[in-house]
Write a protein that binds this ligand. Structure first.
Ligand SMILES: [Zn+2]
Length: 274
């Protein structure tokens, strides 16, 4: 084999190996064990709902996206946020999805506020509502004795601008959010940014999905229903497939075309008002 035929063959093999590689995905069902998360109508709890959704999502991603999927927790156990991050990185994932359900603090707001929010990491929150959501989901770390966790958070947040995964997290968030809104007809509360601890250390595109307001009398009930959970997981799967398609196309593009990429990259989300 001459060098002239060998080089293209190597490129072809490298390209197809990358294009056909099995995607690895980590799903993180929020809370668990003594960390119950938000409360819904009746006895419904966020920690249970998000585990049910995570299991359904794993099944779909395996079947429909040909992915290898890992859950940070398989059952109702307490799992500290830093351990979730370590687990995720040990799996070397292509992407990370943290699943949560949101809630409002007062009766009046619980009756009124519903809808889906998809978050990716930012040092500053999109608005007061995004900040409050991050504070609640981070509560376990910030209220605990873990000073180290806080300093890790600020270190990574300071370094954030240089992370390539940040732009991909934005792409992933938009890809999933669009599908979720059109599939469910839920109120669109937007793609938002906030400093979530669980997203900070993950070395992959990472998003946190608040699949709805479990505190809302109607949406809360919906979130507990298997059919609605299927709708959510089907939409997330479509979003993930679209994202993987975008990334694959970009990664197999010859190097000479690389400068075009800058034009295609979507701008980081504009701060949203809540
Ligand atoms: Zn949560």
């Amino acid at each position: 084999m001459t060098l002239r035929t060998f080089v293209p063959l190597v490129l072809l093999l490298a390209t197809s190996a990358r294009a056909e590689r099995i995607p690895r995905i980590v799903i993180d069902p929020g809370h668990g064990g003594s960390q119950e998360g938000a409360k819904g109508p009746g006895t419904l709890q966020e920690k249970e709902v998000v585990l049910q959704i995570a299991r359904k999502l794993r099944e779909r991603l395996e079947k429909e996206a040909g992915a290898q999927v890992f859950l940070t927790r398989e059952k109702d156990g307490t799992l500290p946020l830093p351990q979730r991050v370590d687990f995720a990185n040990s799996k070397r994932p292509d992407l990370f999805l943290s699943i949560h359900a949101n809630s409002m603090p007062t009766k009046k707001l619980r009756e009124r506020i519903e809808g889906i929010e998809t978050y990716f990491l930012s040092a500053t929150a999109s608005g007061a509502g995004a900040r409050a959501t991050a504070d609640r989901e981070n509560a376990e770390v910030s209220s605990g004795p873990s000073v180290q966790a806080d300093s890790t958070l600020s270190f990574i947040l300071n370094d954030l601008a240089r992370m390539e995964a940040h732009a991909d997290s934005s792409r992933l968030a938009y890809a999933i959010h669009q599908q979720l809104i059109s599939a469910t007809g839920a109120s669109d509360r937007g793609v938002l940014q906030a400093p979530f601890f669980v997203l900070t250390g993950v070395e992959a595109p990472a998003v946190l999905i608040e699949v709805g307001y479990i505190s809302h009398p109607h949406e809360g009930v919906q979130l507990g229903r298997a059919e609605y959970q299927e709708k959510l997981t089907s939409a997330i799967t479509e979003g993930v497939k679209n994202f993987l398609g975008q990334v694959r196309k970009r990664d197999v593009r010859p190097a000479v075309e690389a400068p075009a990429e800058a034009e295609e990259a979507p701008a980081v989300a504009a701060p949203a008002t809540l």
